[in-house]
Design a protein around this ligand. Structure first.
Ligand SMILES: [Zn+2]
Length: 376
């Protein structure tokens, strides 16, 4: 029997179990088309367009005979079987297409089995699983919570492909559907308690679903919440961590505070001293240049491009160095951090600094040339 037929049988059985009569009949007809005429086009035509196979969801609200946890598994089963069926309907008898799907299921191991038991983050493990835990954070009281359904979603997403692989290889996909719908499948309860432990160790509280009404904080009932998707990681034990972006933002926010507390005042002082030395050096150079030009006049070859560039460099370079030195002295920020620090400022501040730098440069030129003239 082809994988295509196996999966049609599995999907039909699932729809039967959840009392989705309309779709069950549709799949039954696709199965007959395949068995009688080797016709997969009929099934394929139902993906895409309106009212397709891909946009119906199994839930008690849609009058299917499932509770919340069963609907999680039913939808994961349906989704994975449909993805495979859709691909297979292009080439239902192509063994390579079958192998490709089976292999992708096989490779997708559970996140818990994938990484070393005691080690660093599983984030970069080879198979690149991306199961995420949907965590609700309350901005009023700080509670972090995960609903029972979200937790089950994580477990189902983590395990479903492995289950399907096992079932298709041993040819008992109907039995898998039954075990999942009867909550008898091996490994689910263990995974559930493992995920619960990991969530709790990250300070996430497991709460009941609040149903179709607006999602709120279970501790203080606030609606001032946000949702983020946390990833499983092993840091001397399984735990969940907030998404990378959030984490790096939190680091950014903590940095300035941490630096002013811990001895980076040393670095600021060093920066300022370095800046001051630069200013003295650059200003001295400008005075010398001005004195030289005052005494000897401009080079004879004023029309020579090379001479003009040389002159520009002679005056311009010390000027740039001088401005840099002044900025470093005043701000205490090292020159390598200029770009990032500058970029964080408001537009008004950036324009202000730029205008002030130009004014300062002109003053410096005037002053340097006056001194240069006086020294002549
Ligand atoms: Zn709260």
């Amino acid at each position: 029997m082809t994988l295509y037929e196996q999966l049609l049988i599995g999907l039909r059985h699932l729809l039967q179990r959840v009392s989705s009569e309309h779709w069950e009949q549709q799949i039954q007809s696709d199965l007959e088309a395949w068995r009688e005429r080797r016709d997969a086009r009929q099934h394929r035509s139902k993906y895409g367009g309106n009212s397709t196979y891909s946009d119906w969801i199994i839930s008690s609200q849609n009058k299917h005979t499932v509770d919340d946890l069963q609907s999680v598994w039913a939808n994961h089963l349906r989704h994975q079987m449909q993805l495979a069926l859709r691909a297979l309907s292009e080439k239902p008898e192509d063994e390579r297409a079958e192998t490709k799907i089976l292999r992708s299921w096989e490779r997708r191991r559970s996140a818990f089995s994938r990484s070393k038991p005691e080690g660093t983050s599983s984030r970069h493990s080879a198979s690149g699983s991306d199961s995420r835990l949907r965590v609700v954070s309350c901005h009023s009281c700080g509670q972090k919570q995960v609903s029972v359904t979200s937790l089950e979603n994580f477990v189902a997403d983590d395990l479903i492909q492995g289950f399907l692989y096992g079932a298709c290889v041993s040819g008992d996909i109907k039995a898998l559907v039954d075990r999942l719908m009867d909550k008898q499948q091996d490994g689910v309860a263990e995974a559930r308690s493992e995920v619960t432990r990991a969530a709790e160790s990250a300070g996430i509280v497991v709460v009941e679903d609040c149903g179709p009404r607006t999602e709120t904080c279970a501790a203080c009932n606030s609606e001032n919440i946000s949702v983020s998707f946390w990833y499983l990681t092993n840091e001397g034990g399984w735990t969940f961590a907030p998404p990378e972006l959030e984490r790096s933002r939190a680091d950014e926010a903590q940095k300035p505070a941490a630096e002013s507390v811990h001895g980076s005042t040393d670095r600021t002082v060093t920066n300022r001293l370095f800046g001051l030395a630069t200013v003295v050096f650059a200003f001295g150079t400008m005075v010398l240049v001005s004195r030289y030009l005052g005494r000897h006049g401009f080079p004879d070859a004023t029309n020579s491009i090379r001479a003009n560039w040389g002159l520009l460099l002679l005056i311009g370079l010390p000027l740039v160095v001088l401005i840099g030195g002044v900025l470093t002295t005043v701000s205490g920020v090292g020159i390598r951090d200029y770009a990032s620090v500058f970029a964080r400022q408001t537009l008004v501040k950036r324009i202000g600094v730029s205008v002030a730098s130009i004014a300062l440069a002109m003053l410096a030129i005037l002053l340097a040339s006056s001194i240069g003239q006086a020294l002549r």
